[in-house]
Design a protein around this ligand. Sequence first.
Ligand code: SAM
Length: 229
Amino acid sequence: MNLGGDILKLYCREKLKANFYNFVLAKGGRLQTPMLQIKRNLQVKGLWKPDMTCLEMFGMFGLWNTVYYAGDVGHIDFFEIDEAVIKYARKVLKGYEVEFYQADSIRYLTETSKSYDLIYSDIPYGLTEYRGKYGIPNFLSTALLHLRGGGIFITNMDSAEMSRFREIEEYVNHVSHDRVKDMFFVVPGGLIDMKITSTILCVVLNQKKGIKDTENTAGDLRNLRRTGA
Ligand SMILES: C[S@@+](CC[C@H](N)C(=O)[O-])C[C@H]1O[C@@H](n2cnc3c(N)ncnc32)[C@H](O)[C@@H]1O
């Protein structure tokens, strides 16, 4: 998938929106980004570790998620399929521990043996291409296999599905290879009744029973096209 069009124009528009958000945040307004809500929730429960190794699957410019946690984790493998987009993400995330990869992150998950403490899956608009049951990404079980003990999986979802939260909980437990320790969602802007795709679901797994994290995991990444310096 390619965003197409004028990436610079898109970047400027997104940057303006993000600046407005950050201005309100700085003024102590009630506005909270999804990632800030999730991070706070996990910190309060003692589930957030400051040295986490993370995978951002659908990075874009990093303006809406990545930038709000990049300073509170150990490392991020940042995947974005469109190289022109990564050029701007690099500016946004300058100074943070981020490695940029221009590659398909879903495919990567099926090929790598690396595991992560946190996987953020902000799937592209519309949720159609990767939409599985309840609007949960169809690669959920693969992604969960790549979480270490206490690992966190975060995804965006269709708000309309949230009235079925208990069913969703059962479903996630069913596809998971591990015990789900905690699961919750946050609703950006409180827009639960609107048919928008901005509800965020967070799953924390108890302990690892899935694939083994091998020593040579760097090899998987080395085969990918790491972009720029
Ligand atoms: C909803 S946006 C992500 C927004 C981003 N998380 C942020 O904080 O600004 C989705 C992005 O995923 C990228 N993308 C789509 N399919 C992909 C794939 N299979 N692997 C990696 N990136 C992909 C698109 O190019 C697009 O930039």
